[in-house]
Design a protein around this ligand. Structure first.
Ligand code: FAD
Length: 290
């Protein structure tokens, strides 16, 4: 099923969509274990699983399509392949699209990709919206995009960022996935602004369940999400107690999700970081809600 159909079906059932995000492991050893991870994640019955793609040049990028194929054919879960464009030419993107077509993969999350100061960008694409138009010109793909409840770090202001988001949707995006956030109020305010701007596609809320302090500080640094005081208190109190931080981090994420679902969110996208333990705990906390 394509992503747009999944959202329509779930809407008719009056339920939010649930999706997981995974990344292709860089280390060969971890890659060998990916089957066990996929099997257990798929057993939790997400509506789809998205697989990240490097901003450019990583050997793990080639694994994205391979993993997506496996998810679709072995586990009968719909995959969505992330695709970045800053460091790729049209010709290179075209080759990847052909691979996806051959594998019967129709869902793509079209992204610009983060800038790498050590690597010169290719000149074919400047923004994700240009990638969206290119993908739509190349085949029958269903295209999703990213959005930022706390505004993209490079955008001059929230209004400009939402105007740019509208261009991406007008180019053919039928579903948006949000950057992670720890304060639902940012998401609610952002959602309202998108509707005022005439963006009417479903928006999934990106939730990152926290399991360690260093990981969260890295993420916050690269994506600009703010940390609410009650979240900081958890990090401060339990940063040296792995088990307690896991329990508290999961409770925090479940709390966020319950509030989002109660508020009628279109979908929840869990940044699982390939952790079955995380996905399992989140799903048991919200099973009767989805
Ligand atoms: P864009 O939509 O192009 O926006 C980037 C900036 O340009 C924004 O500030 C926007 O306001 C501005 N802009 C857009 N259009 C215009 C325009 N026409 N004129 C002027 N300004 C404009 N990165 C990876 O490398 N691999 C991944 O797999 C990956 N997955 C992600 C998944 C999700 C759900 C999210 C939220 C992010 C992901 N990222 C990934 C990170 C993403 O690549 C970065 O956040 C990147 O900096 C922006 O990508 P984008 O597609 O949102 O860009």
């Amino acid at each position: 099923m394509n992503i747009a159909e999944i959202f329509e079906t779930k809407k008719k059932e009056g339920k939010p969509v649930l999706s997981f995000e995974i990344f292709p492991p860089k280390k060969e050893e971890a890659l060998k274990n990916i089957d066990a991870t996929l099997e257990r994640l798929c057993d939790l019955h997400p509506d789809f699983i998205s697989i990240t793609f490097g901003a450019g040049g990583s050997t793990a990028d080639h694994k994205t399509v391979e993993i997506a194929k496996k998810i679709k054919s072995h586990y009968q879960v719909d995959p969505i392949v992330h695709l970045t464009c800053l460091y790729y030419t049209k010709e290179e993107i075209s080759q990847i699209l052909k691979q996806l077509e051959r594998a019967g993969i129709e869902n793509i999350l079209a992204l610009r990709g983060d800038r790498n100061p050590d690597s010169p960008v290719k000149q074919d694409f400047k923004y994700a919206s240009e990638l969206v138009s290119f993908i739509k010109s190349q085949g029958d793909f269903t295209v999703s995009g990213a959005c930022y409840p706390e505004t993209h770090l490079e955008a001059p202001d929230a209004v400009t960022d939402i105007r740019n988001l509208k261009k991406k949707v007008d180019a053919g995006v039928t579903h948006l996935v949000s950057q992670l956030f720890f304060d639902n109020e940012f998401f609610y305010r952002f959602y309202e602004k998108t509707r005022i701007a005439g963006i009417d596609v479903p928006i999934e809320a990106g939730i990152m369940p926290v399991t360690n302090r260093a990981q969260i500080e890295r993420m916050v640094h690269t994506c600009g999400a703010s940390l609410p005081p009650k979240f900081k208190r958890i990090l401060d109190k339990y940063e040296n107690n792995k088990e307690a931080l896991f329990d508290a981090g999961m409770a925090y994420a479940i709390n966020q999700i319950v509030d989002l679902i109660a508020s009628g969110v279109d979908g929840i996208h869990v940044y699982t970081m390939n952790s079955v333990k995380v996905a399992d705990r989140i799903c048991s906390g919200i099973r009767s809600l989805i």
